[in-house]
Design a protein around this ligand. Sequence first.
Ligand SMILES: [Fe+2]
Ligand SMILES: [Fe+2]
Length: 203
Amino acid sequence: MAQANEPEGPFDHLRREHAALGRAYRLLERLLDAAEAGTTVPRPALATVVDYITLFGDLRHHDKEESLLVPVLIQHGFDWYDGPLARLRRDHRQERYLVRVLSDLSNLTAPWSREDTRCLLGVGREFISFIQTHMNLEHAEIFAPARARLPPEVQTFLLNEFERFDAQHAASTDYVAACRRLDALLALEVRPVAPAREERADS
Ligand SMILES: [Fe+2]
Ligand SMILES: [Fe+2]
């Protein structure tokens, strides 16, 4: 992290995004805990969390890592085919798949079956554990070595590119509204409805 008197660099920027995303992951975990305890998960709440993870986690944060950070790292000697960058790209593909399943569940109009709830729990728990491992990998094996290896002018260039990307992303997506919806949900401290009457008993 940047020291108190040090200007923020590109890796502080990415770490801040991880911290912001962590709020959504913790909220998802609470929804999963509720589902596991047999209470009904409010689907609009799940949709809000998944929407935020998609818009911020994938279309903003992951896209920034893939389209801006990775090319600069390749230019400075990181390996594209093997090691942490190859893992980063594979992880992002897997995360997209997991989030798509959660998104499909949150968009179902019919009541969830038992199988749907099992799927939510399985995929949701896998996603939380997977993303935590992924962020740890990035901190230890990408951000830390890159901070040490990239010249200061390249780090300044990257940070400027990140900020330009953010402005474009905010102007062209529903990102700001998605953040507001997540903040509102966090302020409410979502309380699931009990008992789980919505679930079909057919599977
Ligand atoms: Fe990532
Ligand atoms: Fe990341």
